[in-house]
Design a protein around this ligand. Structure first.
Ligand SMILES: O=C(O)CCC(=O)C(=O)O
Ligand SMILES: [Fe+2]
Length: 279
């Protein structure tokens, strides 16, 4: 891998449809997205990245596959160890299978178009404007701020809540089948866990669940800390590639050591620049 300049993000994003470098021109798009986000806790921006941009992101994702840390096992919705003081069928005790690959932020080089997009301030401002809760910050976690999620045949992600307020996911490549993003939007609130509602989703009740097929180039902004979500099992030989761009309303927020160890296989970030790593 060679060290080169960060790609020009305006060659990736459909700047006519989403003129983010000219905020007044983007006002209509932002207002519509903000309204949808306010009512459902999730908003899709279709065709955010152009077909050429998607091709560049796919090539980037394929070269980064060897850097993905694979993890598999059983985990719960709260991304913490089950607490035996809860009854055995309580949502805090329930575990289900996951298997996933993730390339951590500290392994994504500066010449990656995905990294360039995450570090592009107009996107940060768009996310802030859509959320409408004052300034948002890129997640301060050196692993979890930006991930490339790489999922192959049989991989899936269990129902869970995120440890950051908001995640923007960018579909890069769809699997042959499966790999849908399923979400029960805003099922819990700050200080109000709604355990019976969570239990119903874990039991297979689909009435509160929306399924979003991951169409390449679509950007999805969702309230991951309060929305229960999962990725259905992937089928076929094509990788499902998704960029996960994390944000928080509180600066300096990081994920737990347990999550770092489970998802990335380590708790201390690499100090040498990701460009210098052999693939
Ligand atoms: O891959 C996705 O679409 C979402 C992944 C996710 O929910 C997570 O990594 O927390
Ligand atoms: Fe998540």
């Amino acid at each position: 891998m060679t060290t080169t300049e960060a790609p020009d993000v305006t060659t990736l994003v459909d700047m006519e449809r989403y003129p983010l470098d000219a905020p007044p021109a983007a006002a209509g798009v932002v207002a519509a997205a903000r309204e949808q986000f306010g009512s459902t806790g999730a908003v899709e921006l279709p065709g955010f990245v152009t077909a050429e941009g998607v091709a560049a992101l796919v090539a980037d994702a394929e070269r980064l596959v060897p850097r993905a840390h694979r993890s598999a096992g059983i985990a719960g919705a709260y991304l913490e160890l089950p607490d035996p003081s809860w009854p055995s069928d309580h949502p805090r005790r329930r575990l289900s299978e996951f298997s996933v690959g993730a390339v951590a932020y500290d392994l994504i080089p500066t010449d990656s178009p995905l990294r360039a997009l995450y570090e592009w301030d107009p996107l940060l401002h768009l996310v802030g404007a859509v959320l409408g809760r004052g300034p948002v910050h890129r997640y301060a976690d050196p692993f979890g701020a930006l991930n490339l999620a790489v999922m192959g045949d049989g991989d899936q992600l269990q129902w869970h809540f995120d440890q950051t307020d908001f995640v923007v996911s960018l579909a890069i490549q769809a699997a042959e089948s499966g790999g849908d993003f399923e979400v029960a939007p805003l099922i819990r609130g700050a200080g109000d866990e709604h355990y019976p509602d969570v239990a119903r989703v874990l039991d297979g009740d689909r009435s509160a669940v929306t399924t979003l097929p991951m169409t390449p180039g679509t950007l999805l902004i969702f309230a991951g800390r309060h929305s229960l979500h999962r990725v259905s099992p992937v089928r076929g030989t094509t990788y499902r590639h998704v960029g996960l761009l994390a944000y928080d309303t509180v600066p300096g927020t990081v994920g737990s050591e347990l999550l770092r160890q489970s998802r990335y296989g380590r708790t201390v970030p690499f100090e040498c620049p990701p460009e210098t790593w052999p693939v």
